[in-house]
Design a protein around this ligand. Structure first.
Ligand SMILES: Cc1cc2nc3c(=O)[nH]c(=O)nc-3n(C[C@H](O)[C@H](O)[C@H](O)COP(=O)(O)OP(=O)(O)OC[C@H]3O[C@@H](n4cnc5c(N)ncnc54)[C@H](O)[C@@H]3O)c2cc1C
Length: 418
């Protein structure tokens, strides 16, 4: 039996960043995963460090968009009919949280965390030798129609209040930044302070290597074996039992597999998403992520090619992939940018772990001594991994949290289990 000060369950970007922050504060730490570091959800994302995010994605308010989604004709979203009854309570809560005043409230509550997203990554990248993955080239969002651009007014106004720089551009202005884009759009917004990475897996692996260089250990084990023994948390690993006084659950979309066993019920659902890499035709270039807003996909230059990622699919986490959005998106993406052939045969599927109010849970697990939660990072796990690592490690080691953690408490959803 081995014993450490803390163990972190889940070696995605969130868990790995937490483990690294705890090790930096002098704790002995074990990072436990049944797979290799960073290879699940944290591998396949769009690579954006969205420090500029203001409003979370909202339940559609436009009846036309809702009808298109309902009829399964939308490119931006999909669902499995058989899954709807299961996810309905979550969808209703998500819809309630999408009212304009609630979105403005969420924007205010998540800002302190997002404002640290880029600097906290830069700090970890510098010590982990991962700076070469970072691109501080901003994020371009293009709008094909006037209506969707006009709907941005509240976001633009709030950005001004938060002091976030942006540039609204016409087609030619956007092409000056990204010359290979075709003029199929009429407006664009350039967010210069967003950053992105060319290889999200490379970043998480680099943080994992830095963690082990500081004395941390990475162990293979099944988090579902977690149980209390005396004043410790114990998990069974391939190398035997591992005990720790403090344990952090950072299992991303798999968190309910453990929390349900502990009878800790939290409304965590998944928004599934796909990616596929494409080659580039001719001399075309792309220097930053581009969102094709109405069509509802993102293209990001990655080491493997141009990575196209899709919006939300509401389906059971483990249901077989149904990448029908790709057949709609690919021709539209080719209108915007000269994509070549797909770089691989299959699409990748991942699950964004989401709470209905679009805020993560970061803090103590209600009713459990020494148990902490860092889950539900939704569309922003890559963005918020290092900021989450800093915040929770400050809370766990009795430091002063860099921001007020109250908005991220699990108690907003639950009381301690009886
Ligand atoms: C298509 C798509 C695009 C995205 N784009 C972006 C983006 O541009 N920017 C951004 O910030 N975010 C983005 N996201 C979201 C982001 O990828 C996630 O929020 C983030 O990866 C979640 O990280 P995590 O560490 O919580 O989970 P994960 O990376 O899934 O890590 C959880 C870990 O737990 C392990 N695990 C699970 N069960 C067990 C068990 N029983 N025992 C042991 N280990 C277990 C898994 O193996 C895994 O390693 C995107 C997501 C998708 C799907």
């Amino acid at each position: 039996m081995a014993r450490t000060d803390a163990m972190v369950l889940g070696a995605g970007i969130v868990g790995t960043s937490i483990a690294l922050h705890l090790a930096k504060r002098g704790l002995s730490v074990a990072l436990v995963d049944r797979a290799a570091v960073g290879e699940q959800t944290s591998y396949g994302n769009a690579g954006i460090i969205e420090g500029n995010t203001i409003f979370p994605p909202a339940f559609p308010s436009d009846p036309g968009a809702l009808l298109r989604i309902a009829l399964k004709r939308a490119s931006e979203a999909n669902y499995h009919l058989s899954f709807l009854p299961h996810v309905m309570p979550w969808l209703l809560a998500f819809r309630a949280a999408s009212r304009p005043e609630r979105l403005a409230e969420t924007a205010r509550l998540i800002r302190p965390l997002f404002s640290r997203a880029v600097p906290e990554h830069e700090a970890l990248m510098a010590e982990a030798g991962a700076t070469h993955y970072l691109r501080k080239t901003g994020w371009l969002k293009v709008y094909r129609g006037d209506k969707s651009f006009a709907a941005l007014r509240p976001e633009i106004d709030l950005a001004a209040k938060f002091g976030l720089p942006l540039q609204t551009l016409e087609t030619a202005g956007a092409q000056a930044i990204e010359p290979s884009l075709n003029p199929v759009f009429t407006h664009a917004v350039f967010w210069p302070e967003a950053a992105s990475v060319s290889n999200p897996l490379g970043v998480t692996r680099a943080y994992g290597r830095r963690f082990t260089a500081l004395g941390g250990i990475i162990v293979s084990g099944d988090a579902r074996s977690l149980h209390r023994t005396g004043s410790y948390w114990r998990v069974e690993t391939d190398e035997g039992a591992l005990d720790a006084a403090q344990c952090v659950v950072a299992l991303g979309p798999w968190a309910p597999d453990l929390l349900d066993r502990l009878r800790l019920k939290l409304p965590l659902a998944v928004k599934r998403g796909y990616h596929r890499h494409f080659q580039v035709e001719g001399n075309a270039t792309l220097a930053r992520p581009v969102l094709d807003a109405e069509v509802g996909y993102l293209m990001t230059p990655m080491e493997q090619g141009i990575r196209i990622t899709t919006g939300a699919e509401f389906a059971a986490r483990d249901a077989p992939p149904t990448p029908i959005q790709f057949s709609r998106i690919t021709p539209r993406a080719r209108e915007l940018f000269p994509l070549g052939e797909p770089a691989e045969a299959r699409t990748w599927l991942g699950s964004r772990p989401c709470f209905p109010d679009s805020r993560p849970v970061i803090g103590r697990a209600p009713g459990f001594t020494g148990l902490w939660l860092a889950i539900g990072h939704a569309h922003w796990g890559l963005t918020l991994g290092p900021a989450t690592g800093r915040l929770i490690s400050e809370m766990m080691t009795g430091g002063t949290p860099f921001c007020d953690p109250t908005p991220y408490r699990a108690e907003r959803f639950t009381k301690a289990p009886a």
